[in-house]
Design a protein. Structure first.
Length: 176
């Protein structure tokens, strides 16, 4: 009877251990994912690097990794970064990177919209200006017309006048 009690206690302990147990392959996949995330952090521009929600040891390791030229030294540093990332809040880092990606998508979308507007203004002229002025009354009709006509006369795709038109639209328009 005493053996039955010991056996049930052993089974409960084994069940707890089995639920907490991760195979060696699973641990390797997790480490590879952390290293990949660390690599994406290394590649961040400096203006976003300061806002990263990470501790000082990881920040120092990432800064060092940016300076390394040797392939093998960089590989070892990325492994070390993966090890340091185990102590960090990965969800916060992923949310930060996700917000950056969303901001980049929004910027690219706005950039394409303005490029499309510039192209239509240059090709269609006054026919495209009137609806744009009606939609965005903050635009200066005379300046817009001057820039569009001058850019239309220039045959170069990336002319200084087209750039001025693009910059004017970018500065003046607010897309939601």
């Amino acid at each position: 009877m005493n053996n039955d009690a010991d056996d049930s206690k052993l089974n409960k302990d084994n069940e707890l251990d089995a639920s907490d147990f991760a195979s060696k392959s699973a641990r390797k996949r997790e480490m590879a994912a952390l290293q990949e995330l660390g690599t994406s952090l290394i590649d961040l521009p400096a203006r976003h690097f300061a806002d990263l929600p990470i501790g000082k040891p990881l920040r120092d390791a990432l800064t060092l990794a940016k300076t390394l030229k040797s392939r093998e030294a960089r590989r070892r540093q990325i492994q070390y970064i993966g090890k340091l990332m185990r102590a960090e809040n990965i969800d916060d880092i992923r949310q930060f990177l996700s917000r950056l990606e969303d901001d980049n998508k929004l910027f690219r979308q706005r950039f394409r919209q303005i490029e499309h507007l510039c192209e239509s203004l240059v090709t269609s002229g006054d026919a495209a200006i009137e609806p744009l002025i009606a939609e965005h009354p903050e635009l200066n009709r005379q300046k817009l017309r001057q820039l569009a006509r001058k850019a239309g006369k220039e045959a170069i795709e990336d002319s200084p006048t087209r750039r001025k038109l693009f910059e004017y639209l970018q500065k003046t328009l607010s897309f939601n």
